[in-house]
Write a protein that binds this ligand. Structure first.
Ligand SMILES: [Zn+2]
Length: 89
């Protein structure tokens, strides 16, 4: 599939190589690094944590297999949650 000039919707830095279903019922354009790191957009992880009442309400698969990209780093959901508690966003 030709992706043209689509930019990765997770990190907003790399060129997208695929449009795929995310962990929510919505598809995003993903770049190679974000696909490899199973990263989802930061706003999506934040909203899922909110909807589930924090880490304790999330299932193990979500905590073990999904991450996000924030300020140049890939974070697991647990790392992201810790970061949010320490620094706000
Ligand atoms: Zn990316």
């Amino acid at each position: 599939m030709w992706m043209g000039d689509l930019t990765c919707e997770v990190c907003r830095k790399e060129r997208a190589v695929a449009v795929a279903s995310s962990i929510a019922p919505i598809s995003f354009a993903y770049g190679r690094q974000c696909l490899r790191n199973r990263a989802e957009p930061e706003w999506l992880i934040a909203s899922m944590l909110e909807e589930n009442g924090g880490l304790q309400g999330c299932n193990k698969w979500f905590l073990d297999c999904v991450g996000t990209y924030l300020r140049g780093k890939y974070l697991t959901v647990r790392e992201y949650d810790r970061h949010r508690k320490l620094y706000g966003k």
